[in-house]
Design a protein around this ligand. Structure first.
Ligand SMILES: [Zn+2]
Length: 298
């Protein structure tokens, strides 16, 4: 049962969050149902991963509301996770590490990939370290056993957590670190920064003049999609708030939906860099328009 598992993760210091669940036919439990672009993988909480908690009382309340919730685990606290989503990614990782995969916890994901748990690196999420391999670090989350995948399979342990976690090997760490960073703008409270971005985007869309309403909506969806990609905003919240603002500006429902989805999709592919710790202990966030600190295919 997922509550028991959620409480066990929390006892080990891993912040837990309830995540939407697919039904037997793979349809998401969210209001988008069969049209959801991330079935069973996005948070049930309004503020997403930022609300993840180790408090057993809070976790029991969540699971009382959503007994079938998938179990999300915030990364970057107890562990980072190498997210291998294809055979190509697995071969690439083995090649990178000279066939020496460090012994440590491994999950078979419901989609047929693997999650390898490592000691936290201090870095944030990275997309496509190599083809088929992402990194989930500070500010990110992964699904964990016994979550269900939209394809019907469950997340299961290949190797259960035992004593300690392996440190990520240097070759992997170099990929995660990427090229030398461009200057960062430290942001003391990235979660509040994301909230402020959402509020001001909603204001811009609601107040857009006829003739530039769709363009304003598209740019707002893209900008907020970058926060969603970094795990700082929940996609459903962004959809709901932007759609309400666009309706009040007078745009039609069909146009609104299409514009929001395409903007969000593009923005999520370029997540805001939300990873490292600067000297003050606050996280740093790249402002829109800067190049994300990610490396393409190796
Ligand atoms: Zn959904």
């Amino acid at each position: 049962m997922s509550l028991t598992a959620a409480l066990a993760y929390a006892r080990h210091g891993i912040p837990v969050l309830p995540v939407h669940t697919p039904d037997r036919s793979g349809v998401c439990s969210c209001h988008r149902g069969a049209r959801c672009d991330s079935p069973g993988k996005h948070p049930l909480l309004r503020h997403g991963v930022t609300e993840a908690s180790t408090d057993p009382h809070r976790i029991r309340l969540w699971w009382a509301h959503w007994p079938r919730a998938n179990v999300g685990l915030r990364t970057g606290v107890v562990m980072d996770v190498a997210d291998v989503d294809s055979a190509e990614g697995w071969h690439g990782l083995r090649h990178l590490l000279g066939n020496e995969i460090p012994p440590g916890p491994q999950v078979r994901t419901g989609g047929g990939g693997r999650h390898l748990w490592f000691h936290p690196t201090g870095y944030g999420n990275r997309v496509r370290l190599i083809p088929g391999l992402d990194w989930r670090g500070a500010g990110g989350y992964v699904l964990a056993p016994p979550s269900r995948h939209a394809g019907g399979a469950g997340y299961t342990w290949i190797h259960r957590p035992g004593a300690g976690l392996p440190v990520s090997p240097p070759a992997l760490r170099d990929l995660i670190a990427g090229p030398p960073p461009a200057p960062l703008h430290p942001v003391a409270h990235p979660d509040r920064y994301a909230e402020t971005a959402l509020e001001s985007a909603v204001d811009r869309v609601a107040g857009a003049a006829v003739g530039c309403r769709n363009d304003t909506l598209n740019r707002a969806a893209f900008a907020l999609g970058r926060f969603v990609g970094a795990g700082l905003l929940d996609a459903d919240t962004v959809r709901r708030e932007l759609a309400a603002a666009a309706r009040s500006a007078g745009l039609g429902r069909q146009e609104i939906r299409g514009t929001i989805e395409s903007g969000l999709h593009a923005g999520r592919r370029q997540p805001m860099w939300a990873g490292s710790l600067d000297g003050s202990g606050s996280r740093s966030v790249r402002r829109p328009g800067e190049t994300a600190r990610m490396r393409g295919p190796a």
